[in-house]
Write a protein that binds this ligand. Structure first.
Ligand code: FES
Length: 325
């Protein structure tokens, strides 16, 4: 306890002494390094060039995130910083050699002397500030440049812009020519592509796969009951692995063949249309989103709402998804 108290008192005395004593009153112990304005200017210019290159990276990324100029900009930023550190290390850092023994630190006077050894003289403050400013500028712009690609990971807070689809209750299913699909058009053992009537076919959430299964073969989970229209089921055409279009339909041609399945040609993810698009095989990590459909009085197929889950390749934000009404 006594030792701790002594240390605290010593620290307080040292601090008060530093505050009370004007810097000018301390005599120099280490000889002042000769001014080298040319080297300082070179270092400041190199750090400024590094900042400009890092800022250039951000601008280029905003204009075209897939250009090779990105690599050049960030590479030059690092090269300029390395050059600035080399020049300052070689030309500006004071090197001092002391031959006397290092004094014991518990003596206040000696401690003050050691502190002075580590301090730059007041005449060099301007130079230090200049270099600090340059380093801070280069470091912050470089940090921003390195963080910029995070924007490509997707929107962080408002994900509905990616997750909304054109499908709404009552919207008709049409073919690529805008002709409404009728329930009678959909035969077993075949598959059809459908789009939302009057909406943009190019949207990720637009294209559907339609297949008809024998009503008794459907084994939809409770949350998807009522999603089919007399055995016709509708799924997003976009594979949940990496976003390719589902373009194959495997139908059994003999008695004990595997049951019908929707197959993605890219990496062969295979989905079961009878059980809500569950994954039977392949790298896809979640089922195909299913669209609830119904047959209207004229026999046309219409949506009863939006998909039961997010459309397209999996990414972290899918968990934030909420279905449109
Ligand atoms: S994109 Fe469909 S399996 Fe990979």
């Amino acid at each position: 306890m006594r030792r701790i108290r002594d240390l605290l008192v010593s620290g307080a005395v040292l601090l008060l002494g530093r505050l009370a004593r004007p810097r000018e009153s301390r005599g120099r112990i280490v000889a002042e390094a000769p001014a080298n304005p040319r080297a300082e200017l070179v270092v400041a210019a190199l750090l400024g060039a590094a900042s400009a290159c890092a800022a250039g990276f951000i601008v280029v990324y905003a204009l075209d995130p897939r250009t090779r100029w990105l690599g050049l900009a960030i590479g030059l930023a690092f090269a300029f910083i390395a050059a600035a550190l080399l020049v300052s290390g070689h030309e500006l850092v004071v090197v001092e050699e002391l031959e006397e023994d290092y004094p014991a630190q518990e003596h206040l006077v000696d401690q003050q002397r050691v502190e002075q050894l580590l301090e730059e003289p007041s005449a060099q403050l301007t130079r230090r500030r200049l270099l600090k400013l340059g380093l801070a500028g280069a470091g912050s712009t470089l940090g921003l440049a390195l963080l910029t690609p995070v924007l490509s990971l997707g929107q962080f807070l408002e994900t509905n812009v990616y997750l909304g689809t054109p499908w709404r209750r009552g919207r008709r299913l049409v073919d690529e020519n805008g002709r409404p699909w009728r329930a009678g058009d959909i035969a077993e053992r075949d598959f059809y592509t459908a789009f939302p009537e009057g909406a943009n076919d190019e949207e990720l959430g637009s294209p559907l796969i339609l297949v008809r299964l024998p009503k008794g073969d459907l084994r939809l989970p409770p949350k998807l009951r009522g999603y089919d229209a007399g055995g016709i089921v509708a799924y997003s055409k976009i594979c949940t692995h990496a976003g390719c279009a589902i373009a194959m339909y495997r139908t059994p041609l003999f008695h004990d063949a595997p049951r019908p399945a929707l197959v993605c040609p890219c990496h062969y993810s295979t989905f079961d249309p009878a059980t809500g698009g569950t994954v039977l095989f392949g790298p896809a990590g979640r089922p195909l989103p299913m669209l609830p459909i119904e047959i209207d009085a004229r026999g046309d197929l219409r949506a009863k709402g939006n998909f039961d889950g997010p459309v397209g390749p999996a990414w972290w934000g899918v968990r934030l998804w909420k279905a449109n009404p």
